[in-house]
Design a protein around this ligand. Structure first.
Ligand SMILES: [Zn+2]
Ligand SMILES: [Zn+2]
Length: 530
């Protein structure tokens, strides 16, 4: 059926009869917008191969029909694959260019990658064989394996270059290189191995029109009760996957939405004993973090500590704190408060070139200074990744060389993901001014070696002193880097799984939390095209 667009095509849905429009005759598949039948082109007719599940409301601002430009070339979003994996969801938007070319805009926690699907190179690696943190050669370039996940298609909509795989899991692996490219290999279709290559983009650079209004109302719909204590919880950010209860400090997993039984766990330092962040949650400060000064809001707080490596003589534990900052245009950044001072980092999409203890990124050289395992001991606020109990990340701190030495690079690795983040040191007073701290608050953030004792300003009341003593006692008792899960495990082995000792250990909070991936930066925040 001819329309004004010579490439357009229209046919009736064989299931419900509704008209199904194709903006491109090259698109091999579409999902009926009425009955969600998944259809493939079969000559001039459509054949039904299954039905797509309902889309999970992930509060994205993108939608079908959004128009934009990539380097001046106009495109329209005509289709979407909503993908799921163990730690959440992401979207692959099918972008149809006016030229007829197809691309993908990958949307992952506010980070975006635009990519295309060239002919797979003969040396395309098998995704089933790749390990996060390793290197591989493909298409004449060296790549770092940044992320390895088992993924599945949750739902599809609109028009797609080929039929989606509606059932089963498959491997998806992100590769990154020193030129800032992101490649993805997948084995969703063993006959037709996936290979795409692209770069990270900012939504602001795509001149998008027709975006969905991510109104407060959609977020209001994400209100719920704490599954642990019943307190009403309200989610502030669309991308939030985990949040803490302000009443009981339970960490609640909302990565699968807010209905039903929500997975959650208790933290050790609970109730009145909890440690408050020195930059209050919700406070906004204006800081230049690698770009123009922007208002950044404190949305999350993490206390972490380093776990000595086995066999390492240096068994000193050290704590540091991280503030998750959010700006609606720029996304997320981390403000790090460590014993050696303040710094900020933001995830990078590329991978530095690493030779031994030297790394180069964007023309800047870095030297590796520290390598340790990092565990999260306490969180407050909202997080765009899933906070997991007991998970440890391998952390590396790199400092710039050949300049003022104030550049920072961090690498965090978990079993499935490697995240690089880059930034700079900040002066305490810059932080204090930005967040408009009071005189007493300012004194407390000037870096000290007793971070826990510095929580309070001067002029303590007796009650406060008692509280601090109690806090310190609790902190000494529970807030250490040892894996409490292992302690519970010992009890389980000694007394059995049904024993009061073991159950109490679990209820105490068992382990404090752990995170997926690393602090400084990451959690897929680098904009993976998975
Ligand atoms: Zn239909
Ligand atoms: Zn609660």
């Amino acid at each position: 059926m001819a329309t004004s667009n010579p490439r357009a095509y229209r046919a009736a849905c064989p299931h419900c009869g509704a008209p199904v429009e194709f903006a491109s005759a090259a698109s091999a598949s579409a999902v009926c917008s009425y009955c969600r039948s998944t259809l493939v082109r079969d000559g001039e007719a459509l054949r039904r191969i299954g039905v797509s599940a309902e889309l999970f409301d992930d509060h994205t601002r993108l939608q079908l029909g959004v128009q934009g430009r990539l380097q001046g070339e106009p495109f329209t979003l005509v289709g979407r694959l909503q993908m799921g994996y163990a730690d959440g969801t992401w979207n692959e938007w099918h972008a149809l260019f006016d030229s007829g070319r197809s691309g993908w805009l990958s949307e992952d926690n506010g980070a975006y990658v635009f990519c295309f699907e060239p002919e797979p190179p003969p040396d395309r690696p098998d995704p089933a064989t790749l390990k996060a943190g390793s290197r591989t050669l493909a298409d004449g370039r060296a790549w770092d394996v940044a992320l390895v996940v088992r993924a599945h298609v949750i739902a599809a909509e609109g028009e797609l270059p080929r039929p989606p795989r509606l059932a089963g899991e498959f491997n998806v692996v992100d590769l990154r290189n020193a030129q800032g490219e992101v490649a993805t290999v997948d084995d969703a279709d063993p006959e037709d191995p996936g290979w795409s290559v692209g770069r990270s983009v900012l939504l602001a650079d795509l001149a998008l029109t027709g975006l969905r209004d991510t109104a407060e109302k959609t977020l209001k719909a994400r209100g719920m009760s704490c599954p642990s204590c019943g307190t009403a919880l309200e989610i502030q950010l669309a991308s939030t996957k985990s949040l803490s209860c302000p009443q009981c400090a339970a960490v609640v997993d909302v990565s699968e939405g807010v209905g039903g039984d929500l997975a959650h766990f208790q933290q050790n330092q609970r109730g009145a004993l909890r440690l408050e962040p020195q930059l209050p949650l919700g406070r906004t400060g204006t800081l230049a973090l690698g770009g123009p000064p922007l208002p950044w809001q404190v949305v999350g707080f993490l206390e972490r500590c380093s776990v000595p490596d086995p066999g390492d003589d240096e068994d000193e534990e050290s704590f540091w704190r991280e503030y998750l900052l959010y700006n609606p245009e720029a996304g997320f950044a981390f403000l790090v408060d460590a014993e050696d001072g303040w710094s900020w980092v933001r995830p990078v999409t590329g991978a530095p070139t690493v030779k031994g203890d030297r790394a180069r990124l964007d023309g800047k050289d870095y030297q590796r200074r520290w390598r340790y395992r990092g565990r999260v001991t306490w969180v407050l606020g909202e997080f765009f990744w899933r906070i997991r109990r007991g998970e440890v990340a391998q952390v590396e701190d790199w400092h710039s060389v050949g300049d003022d030495g104030q550049g920072r690079l961090s690498r965090e690795q978990t079993a499935s993901e490697v995240v690089w983040s880059a930034g700079r040191t900040l002066r305490s007073m810059t932080v204090a001014s930005a967040f408009n701290l009071s005189e007493a608050e300012r004194r407390s953030i000037v870096r000290d070696t007793a971070p826990l004792a510095a929580q309070q300003g001067s002029g303590w009341s007796t009650g406060q002193i008692v509280a601090i003593v109690v806090i310190l006692a609790v902190v000494i008792a529970v807030s250490n880097c040892s894996n409490d899960d292992e302690d519970c495990e010992r009890l389980r082995q000694s007394f059995g799984a049904a024993s009061a000792e073991y159950q109490q250990c679990l209820q105490r909070g068992g382990s404090t939390s752990g995170t997926r991936g690393g602090s400084w930066g990451g959690y897929s925040g680098g904009g993976g095209h998975k």
